[in-house]
Design a protein around this ligand. Structure first.
Ligand SMILES: [Fe+2]
Ligand SMILES: [Fe+2]
Length: 361
């Protein structure tokens, strides 16, 4: 189905329910039968489904197959009666930027990775609230259409619900092994309400960015590090396995939405994306400040004013890298964004990102 077909299929009221025999099990329809249906639409006042196979049906089918193959259970496969090993690191050095603070001892370096690792898990639990809701919303376009797409997006949503439960469990387990005083401030429903008030184009773009950096972080930093707590590593191994399909679907849906919108709506999408990145940066700034304060208070030594300032600055740099810059610079994200926007829009996005990118240097 091309994008014109999608546009044509929407908003048409009336569908000949008796014509459903023209479909195969995947929602495909015989073109000749389709013409017959078109002539008898007015009789039944229900919304017409999207009748043709989705252009990306085969890719969605592969996502479904992969999702079934790697499906995991929190207790049976991930936790397996284990606890987090506090004698080891949680977040790897490549993500925590710990090497930028050469005055930290071995114990302090380890604590820093554990504080950042705790927030890293909490951030995923946070954004997955809005991601699950958005994917459930976009699945509506496939309810009566391509059944591979529908199944893939339903599984996607189900996986995000499971991930949120996993990250709530992780927070509880890590929290029980760390000193009091840590706080994770943003509330999932508040953030989700704010994000979901923006245009679908921008929300799918942000989601694509997040789910691509999830994979990059795992492959480039978490997987190769042999000094991490085995349970922490496994949490992100299993998460990564399911996220690999999500990033593919984000891109398909983002491109489909892009094909649906007109130039004015797309420009609003760019404006909204810039606002969303700004909102993420606001969350990141607040959490980095909170985590740096917690680390300084619980690490043990009394740091000089210069060291304290460097710790605060490095937490912020690391978090901006983790949650914004590493995704924005991911080649696949940059490629799709460039393909969907004008040079002027890319310039607007670049201008908004530049202060954040240079602040991580
Ligand atoms: Fe997830
Ligand atoms: Fe995901």
């Amino acid at each position: 189905m091309d994008t014109q077909d999608i546009r044509n299929a929407r908003g048409t009221d009336g569908f000949d329910a008796g014509a459903t025999h023209a479909h195969d099990s995947n929602g495909a329809v015989d073109p000749a039968r389709r013409a017959t249906q078109a002539g008898s639409r007015a009789s039944v006042p229900v919304q017409e489904p999207i009748l043709e196979p989705h252009v990306e049906s085969a890719r969605y089918a592969r996502c479904v197959a992969a999702s079934k193959r790697i499906r995991w259970d929190i207790d049976r496969d991930v936790i397996r009666h284990r606890e987090f090993d506090f004698t080891k690191k949680f977040l790897p050095d490549g993500l925590s930027f710990v090497d930028r603070m050469p005055f930290l001892s071995g114990d302090e370096r380890r604590l820093l990775s554990q504080v950042q690792g705790r927030s890293y898990a909490n951030i995923f639990g946070l954004v997955e609230r809005y991601i699950g809701a958005k994917i459930l919303e976009v699945s509506r376009d496939h309810w009566l259409g391509d059944q591979n797409a529908l199944e893939a997006l339903v599984r996607f949503t189900d996986e995000e619900l499971k991930h949120q439960e996993l990250f709530r469990r992780v927070e509880k387990m890590i929290g029980s092994g760390m000193a009091a005083g840590y706080s994770f401030m943003p509330q999932p429903n508040d953030v989700a309400s704010a994000v979901l008030s923006k245009s679908t184009w921008s929300v799918l773009a942000l989601t694509c960015l997040i789910e691509l950096f999830t994979q990059v972080h795992y492959r480039a930093s978490i997987e190769p590090d042999d000094e991490l707590s085995p349970l922490f590593k496994d949490v992100f191994l299993f998460h990564w396995k399911e996220e690999s399909q999500h990033a593919i679907m984000d891109e398909i849906e983002w491109r489909a939405e892009d094909a649906r919108v007109d130039a004015r709506e797309r420009d609003q999408g760019v404006t909204d994306l810039i606002a969303l990145v700004g909102a993420v940066d606001g969350i990141v700034q607040a959490q980095a400040a909170s985590d740096a304060r917690y680390f300084i208070a619980s690490a043990g030594p009394t740091y000089s004013a210069v060291e304290q300032a460097l710790i605060e600055q490095t937490f912020l740099r690391a978090y901006r890298w983790q949650y914004i810059v590493s995704g924005a610079q991911e080649p696949r994200f940059a490629e799709v964004l460039k393909a969907l926007t004008t040079p002027a829009q890319m310039e607007r996005i670049g201008a908004a990102l530049t202060p954040i990118v240079s602040a991580t240097a």
